[in-house]
Design a protein around this ligand. Sequence first.
Ligand code: MRU
Length: 350
Amino acid sequence: MAFKSKIKTIEWVDNVSRMIDQTILPKEFKLVDIKTCEEMYDAIKTMIVRGAPAIGIAGAHGVALAALEAKKSVQNRKDFDKIIREKGEYLKSSRPTAVNLMWAVDKQLELLSEDCPIDEITQKLIDNAVVMENEDIEINKRMGDFGAEIVPKGATILTHCNAGALATVGYGTALGVVRSAYAKDPTIKVFADETRPRQQGARLTTWELTEDGIDTTLITDGMCSYFMNKKMIDVVITGADRIAANGDAANKIGTYTVAISAKYHNVPFYIAAPLSTIDRSIKSGKEIKIEERNREEVTHINGDWICSEKVNVINPGFDVTPNELIAGIITEKGILRPPFEQSIKKAFEE
Ligand code: MRU
């Protein structure tokens, strides 16, 4: 099921949100229909849909689903708006780190300032969700075009987690750059970190890249320094879940280690992320809330214990890469360079 075909990771179809179930890939390719706001909360929390831009669109769809439900039970805009605001906050609480979720839900809630009947505002919330869905792909393609410039001919790109078509509506952020670079130069290669504990790199990145015919090598998370030392990695590109105003970037746990190793080995480390991933309300990465996930993700593989049952476990889902380790942030407005305080501010002013 190649991504060259037009399948979207998440799509609004006939008043439901249809999405690829990412918990069972690559073993099984299955589409699920999410019909209520509560089902959407669970889909985000259990990571049927995951990846910062994709959960943003899921949040926007969730608000539209809430509106379809609410219009059946309330008669006036005041009661309707109250329900939608509460459901919006509920959706935002499903995962804490990726700011795209808060950004997309808030964009939906802003529409409530429009004075119109319930049917009309419901339709506006649906239309807005669909616009955001389609814009996501366009933005990724723009990012891909800018980002392809920093990929040397015949380069090997290391990536961590899955910042691909599956983490967005389509095309991808970091893997969107890979796709655009590959379109110009099919000799490029990708090294994909497996990405413990949920193995988004192994399960999702290797699947979507090999489906598109891109030469991909799977490595375990501890191997990146070994390959950088052997000069087998030319550039690192990852996605991000939240970027502070100073350029500090939260991404899947393990990204920070890769960035430190890249600095040591003089390998440029880039983040590819849309402007909706930048949270200008926070000055630095210290203010980013890091999701703590359950211990079973670490203690079990495929339902089996892999360690002593008495062991302590800590399972942060993300880490923050300090801005001084980042060569550039690839966005839909171009590549932002250090000092990021200035380049980020300028990108929002343009
Ligand atoms: O826990 P996940 O799978 O949602 O984490 C995803 C990542 O960390 C991605 O790298 C990030 O969201 C960027 S996706 C374009």
